[in-house]
Ligand binder design. Structure first.
Ligand code: ATP
Length: 265
Protein backbone atom coordinates (compact mmCIF):
# COMPACT_ATOMS: atom_id res chain seq x y z
CA UNK A 1 0.00 0.00 0.00
CA UNK A 2 1.57 3.25 -1.16
CA UNK A 3 0.32 5.26 1.84
CA UNK A 4 2.35 3.17 4.25
CA UNK A 5 5.58 3.46 2.26
CA UNK A 6 7.40 6.04 4.38
CA UNK A 7 6.42 4.70 7.79
CA UNK A 8 7.49 1.18 6.93
CA UNK A 9 11.13 2.14 6.52
CA UNK A 10 13.07 0.55 9.33
CA UNK A 11 13.59 2.11 12.73
CA UNK A 12 17.16 3.27 13.19
CA UNK A 13 17.46 3.24 16.94
CA UNK A 14 15.76 2.46 20.20
CA UNK A 15 17.61 5.16 22.10
CA UNK A 16 15.46 7.39 24.33
CA UNK A 17 15.81 11.11 23.59
CA UNK A 18 13.04 12.61 25.71
CA UNK A 19 11.41 11.03 28.74
CA UNK A 20 8.33 12.42 30.47
CA UNK A 21 7.29 11.17 33.85
CA UNK A 22 4.06 11.99 35.73
CA UNK A 23 3.54 15.16 33.70
CA UNK A 24 0.53 17.29 34.62
CA UNK A 25 -0.39 20.56 32.94
CA UNK A 26 -2.92 23.07 34.24
CA UNK A 27 -4.29 26.26 32.68
CA UNK A 28 -5.66 27.87 35.85
CA UNK A 29 -8.15 25.23 37.07
CA UNK A 30 -8.30 23.37 33.76
CA UNK A 31 -6.34 20.12 34.14
CA UNK A 32 -5.24 19.75 30.50
CA UNK A 33 -2.62 16.96 30.79
CA UNK A 34 -3.07 14.17 33.33
CA UNK A 35 -0.18 12.10 34.55
CA UNK A 36 1.53 11.47 31.23
CA UNK A 37 4.48 9.09 31.08
CA UNK A 38 6.20 8.60 27.75
CA UNK A 39 9.60 7.88 26.24
CA UNK A 40 10.32 9.45 22.86
CA UNK A 41 12.93 7.69 20.76
CA UNK A 42 15.81 9.31 18.96
CA UNK A 43 15.88 9.26 15.14
CA UNK A 44 12.23 8.31 15.00
CA UNK A 45 9.10 10.15 13.90
CA UNK A 46 6.51 10.09 16.67
CA UNK A 47 2.93 11.19 15.91
CA UNK A 48 0.61 12.66 18.55
CA UNK A 49 -3.02 12.04 17.60
CA UNK A 50 -6.37 12.45 19.32
CA UNK A 51 -9.60 14.44 19.24
CA UNK A 52 -9.62 18.23 19.35
CA UNK A 53 -8.81 19.60 22.81
CA UNK A 54 -7.27 16.35 24.10
CA UNK A 55 -3.99 18.10 24.91
CA UNK A 56 -1.67 17.14 22.02
CA UNK A 57 -0.39 20.69 21.44
CA UNK A 58 -0.17 21.40 25.16
CA UNK A 59 1.99 18.34 25.73
CA UNK A 60 4.12 19.11 22.66
CA UNK A 61 4.75 22.63 23.98
CA UNK A 62 5.97 21.18 27.30
CA UNK A 63 8.87 19.56 25.47
CA UNK A 64 10.64 22.83 24.68
CA UNK A 65 9.04 24.93 27.40
CA UNK A 66 6.91 26.97 25.01
CA UNK A 67 4.22 26.83 27.71
CA UNK A 68 6.46 29.11 29.81
CA UNK A 69 5.13 31.94 27.65
CA UNK A 70 1.50 31.30 28.74
CA UNK A 71 0.98 32.95 32.16
CA UNK A 72 -1.91 30.70 33.33
CA UNK A 73 -0.02 27.51 32.45
CA UNK A 74 1.60 25.33 35.12
CA UNK A 75 3.64 22.21 34.34
CA UNK A 76 4.39 19.52 36.94
CA UNK A 77 6.37 16.28 36.75
CA UNK A 78 9.70 15.50 35.12
CA UNK A 79 10.74 15.91 31.48
CA UNK A 80 14.28 15.01 30.50
CA UNK A 81 16.31 15.52 27.35
CA UNK A 82 19.22 13.06 27.23
CA UNK A 83 18.56 12.42 30.91
CA UNK A 84 18.69 16.11 31.96
CA UNK A 85 15.70 17.84 33.54
CA UNK A 86 14.65 20.55 31.05
CA UNK A 87 12.75 22.46 33.79
CA UNK A 88 15.83 22.71 36.00
CA UNK A 89 16.37 26.41 36.90
CA UNK A 90 19.86 26.15 35.40
CA UNK A 91 18.41 25.47 31.94
CA UNK A 92 18.12 28.51 29.67
CA UNK A 93 14.86 28.12 27.69
CA UNK A 94 16.37 29.94 24.69
CA UNK A 95 19.22 27.42 24.52
CA UNK A 96 16.75 24.59 25.05
CA UNK A 97 14.64 25.77 22.10
CA UNK A 98 17.71 25.72 19.87
CA UNK A 99 18.11 22.03 20.80
CA UNK A 100 14.39 21.31 20.61
CA UNK A 101 13.18 23.30 17.61
CA UNK A 102 9.58 23.94 16.64
CA UNK A 103 7.54 24.38 13.48
CA UNK A 104 4.02 25.77 13.87
CA UNK A 105 0.71 25.11 12.17
CA UNK A 106 0.71 28.35 10.20
CA UNK A 107 3.96 29.19 8.39
CA UNK A 108 5.38 32.16 10.30
CA UNK A 109 8.50 33.47 8.53
CA UNK A 110 9.98 36.67 9.94
CA UNK A 111 9.27 39.75 7.78
CA UNK A 112 12.89 39.62 6.63
CA UNK A 113 14.83 38.20 3.71
CA UNK A 114 14.94 34.47 3.04
CA UNK A 115 18.63 34.58 4.00
CA UNK A 116 18.01 36.38 7.30
CA UNK A 117 15.18 34.03 8.25
CA UNK A 118 17.69 31.19 8.28
CA UNK A 119 20.70 33.16 9.55
CA UNK A 120 18.86 34.56 12.59
CA UNK A 121 19.21 31.52 14.88
CA UNK A 122 22.83 30.69 13.98
CA UNK A 123 23.72 34.38 14.55
CA UNK A 124 22.18 34.61 18.04
CA UNK A 125 23.66 31.26 19.04
CA UNK A 126 27.09 32.14 17.59
CA UNK A 127 27.22 29.13 15.29
CA UNK A 128 29.16 30.88 12.50
CA UNK A 129 32.54 32.59 12.83
CA UNK A 130 32.25 34.59 9.63
CA UNK A 131 30.05 35.37 6.62
CA UNK A 132 31.32 32.38 4.62
CA UNK A 133 30.33 29.98 7.41
CA UNK A 134 26.95 31.64 7.75
CA UNK A 135 26.41 31.36 3.97
CA UNK A 136 27.22 27.68 4.26
CA UNK A 137 24.69 27.14 7.07
CA UNK A 138 22.00 29.00 5.09
CA UNK A 139 22.61 26.89 1.99
CA UNK A 140 22.78 23.61 3.91
CA UNK A 141 19.57 24.36 5.83
CA UNK A 142 17.68 25.32 2.68
CA UNK A 143 18.91 22.15 0.99
CA UNK A 144 17.80 20.02 3.93
CA UNK A 145 14.37 21.62 3.67
CA UNK A 146 14.28 20.90 -0.08
CA UNK A 147 13.94 24.61 -0.83
CA UNK A 148 17.41 25.63 -2.08
CA UNK A 149 16.80 25.17 -5.79
CA UNK A 150 13.63 27.25 -5.64
CA UNK A 151 15.14 30.21 -3.77
CA UNK A 152 18.90 30.24 -4.40
CA UNK A 153 18.64 33.14 -6.86
CA UNK A 154 16.54 35.32 -4.55
CA UNK A 155 17.95 34.93 -1.07
CA UNK A 156 17.51 38.65 -0.41
CA UNK A 157 13.79 38.57 -1.30
CA UNK A 158 11.37 38.59 1.61
CA UNK A 159 10.35 35.24 3.14
CA UNK A 160 6.72 36.27 3.39
CA UNK A 161 6.58 36.57 -0.43
CA UNK A 162 6.94 32.80 -0.88
CA UNK A 163 4.02 30.42 -1.43
CA UNK A 164 2.47 28.77 1.65
CA UNK A 165 4.29 25.48 1.07
CA UNK A 166 7.59 27.28 0.46
CA UNK A 167 7.08 29.38 3.61
CA UNK A 168 6.57 26.22 5.65
CA UNK A 169 9.74 24.69 4.21
CA UNK A 170 11.49 27.99 5.01
CA UNK A 171 10.32 27.62 8.63
CA UNK A 172 11.64 24.05 8.66
CA UNK A 173 14.97 25.31 7.26
CA UNK A 174 15.01 27.98 9.98
CA UNK A 175 14.37 25.34 12.64
CA UNK A 176 17.09 22.97 11.37
CA UNK A 177 19.66 25.78 10.99
CA UNK A 178 20.53 25.65 14.69
CA UNK A 179 21.20 21.88 14.41
CA UNK A 180 18.42 20.82 16.78
CA UNK A 181 18.33 17.37 18.32
CA UNK A 182 14.54 17.24 18.35
CA UNK A 183 12.05 18.91 16.02
CA UNK A 184 8.51 19.54 17.25
CA UNK A 185 5.90 20.07 14.53
CA UNK A 186 2.40 21.23 15.43
CA UNK A 187 0.13 20.33 12.50
CA UNK A 188 2.78 21.50 10.02
CA UNK A 189 0.74 20.64 6.91
CA UNK A 190 -2.68 21.94 7.87
CA UNK A 191 -2.28 25.09 5.76
CA UNK A 192 -0.72 23.28 2.79
CA UNK A 193 -2.08 21.77 -0.42
CA UNK A 194 -1.55 18.05 -1.16
CA UNK A 195 1.63 18.60 -3.20
CA UNK A 196 3.29 20.77 -0.54
CA UNK A 197 2.07 18.30 2.11
CA UNK A 198 3.74 15.42 0.29
CA UNK A 199 7.00 17.42 0.07
CA UNK A 200 6.93 18.21 3.79
CA UNK A 201 6.16 14.56 4.65
CA UNK A 202 9.07 13.36 2.54
CA UNK A 203 11.25 15.92 4.30
CA UNK A 204 10.13 14.77 7.74
CA UNK A 205 11.30 11.28 6.89
CA UNK A 206 14.68 12.57 5.74
CA UNK A 207 15.12 14.66 8.89
CA UNK A 208 14.67 11.62 11.08
CA UNK A 209 18.07 10.39 9.92
CA UNK A 210 19.52 13.22 12.01
CA UNK A 211 17.11 13.68 14.87
CA UNK A 212 13.90 12.87 16.60
CA UNK A 213 10.75 14.40 15.08
CA UNK A 214 7.43 14.74 16.92
CA UNK A 215 4.41 15.70 14.86
CA UNK A 216 0.93 16.64 16.04
CA UNK A 217 -1.55 15.79 13.34
CA UNK A 218 -5.30 15.57 12.83
CA UNK A 219 -4.76 13.36 9.84
CA UNK A 220 -4.57 9.68 10.67
CA UNK A 221 -3.40 9.03 7.11
CA UNK A 222 -0.51 11.40 7.72
CA UNK A 223 0.36 9.76 11.04
CA UNK A 224 0.32 6.36 9.32
CA UNK A 225 2.45 7.62 6.42
CA UNK A 226 5.20 9.44 8.29
CA UNK A 227 5.52 8.07 11.81
CA UNK A 228 7.06 4.95 13.28
CA UNK A 229 5.48 5.49 16.71
CA UNK A 230 2.12 6.96 17.63
CA UNK A 231 0.72 8.32 20.87
CA UNK A 232 -3.06 8.59 21.21
CA UNK A 233 -4.32 11.27 23.62
CA UNK A 234 -7.88 11.53 24.95
CA UNK A 235 -9.20 14.06 27.48
CA UNK A 236 -5.68 14.89 28.67
CA UNK A 237 -4.63 11.25 29.10
CA UNK A 238 -2.06 9.40 27.05
CA UNK A 239 -4.24 6.39 26.33
CA UNK A 240 -1.98 4.33 24.14
CA UNK A 241 1.54 4.59 22.75
CA UNK A 242 3.32 2.15 20.50
CA UNK A 243 4.36 1.24 16.99
CA UNK A 244 2.26 3.10 14.46
CA UNK A 245 1.30 -0.06 12.58
CA UNK A 246 0.06 -1.71 15.76
CA UNK A 247 -1.88 1.37 16.93
CA UNK A 248 -3.69 1.59 13.60
CA UNK A 249 -4.35 -2.07 12.98
CA UNK A 250 -4.56 -3.62 16.42
CA UNK A 251 -5.11 -1.01 19.16
CA UNK A 252 -5.31 -2.29 22.71
CA UNK A 253 -7.62 0.34 24.16
CA UNK A 254 -11.26 0.67 23.02
CA UNK A 255 -10.91 4.48 23.02
CA UNK A 256 -8.07 4.26 20.48
CA UNK A 257 -10.13 1.91 18.36
CA UNK A 258 -13.14 4.23 18.47
CA UNK A 259 -10.99 7.17 17.37
CA UNK A 260 -9.22 5.44 14.52
CA UNK A 261 -12.46 3.97 13.23
CA UNK A 262 -14.06 7.41 13.35
CA UNK A 263 -16.45 6.88 16.25
CA UNK A 264 -14.98 9.63 18.45
CA UNK A 265 -13.27 12.90 17.61
N1 ATP B 1 -3.30 29.07 25.91
C1 ATP B 1 -4.25 28.39 26.57
N2 ATP B 1 -4.87 28.95 27.62
C2 ATP B 1 -5.83 28.28 28.31
N3 ATP B 1 -6.24 27.03 28.01
C3 ATP B 1 -5.66 26.43 26.96
C4 ATP B 1 -4.63 27.06 26.20
N4 ATP B 1 -4.23 26.20 25.23
C5 ATP B 1 -4.97 25.08 25.38
N5 ATP B 1 -5.83 25.21 26.43
C6 ATP B 1 -6.79 24.18 26.90
O1 ATP B 1 -6.08 22.97 27.13
C7 ATP B 1 -6.82 21.85 26.66
C8 ATP B 1 -5.98 21.11 25.61
O2 ATP B 1 -5.82 21.94 24.47
P1 ATP B 1 -4.78 21.64 23.31
O3 ATP B 1 -4.78 22.82 22.38
O4 ATP B 1 -3.50 21.21 23.89
O5 ATP B 1 -5.46 20.39 22.60
P2 ATP B 1 -5.20 19.77 21.17
O6 ATP B 1 -5.37 18.31 21.33
O7 ATP B 1 -3.90 20.24 20.63
O8 ATP B 1 -6.39 20.38 20.35
P3 ATP B 1 -6.51 20.73 18.79
O9 ATP B 1 -6.39 19.41 18.10
O10 ATP B 1 -7.89 21.30 18.67
O11 ATP B 1 -5.43 21.70 18.45
C9 ATP B 1 -8.14 22.40 26.13
O12 ATP B 1 -9.08 22.30 27.17
C10 ATP B 1 -7.82 23.84 25.84
O13 ATP B 1 -8.97 24.66 25.97
Amino acid sequence: MNDMRISERLLDTNEIKIAASKVQVFYGDNHAIKDVNVEIRDKTVTAFIGPSGCGKSTFLRCLNRMNDTIPSCRVEGLITLDGEDIYDPKVDPVQLRARVGMVFQKPNPFPKSIYDNIAYGPRIHGLARNKAELDEIVEKSLRRAALWDEVKDRLSATGTGLSGGQQQRLCIARAVATEPEVLLMDEPCSALDPIATAQVEELIDELRAQFSVIIVTHSMQQAARVSQRTAFFHLGNLVEYGETGQIFTNPEDPRTESYITGRIG
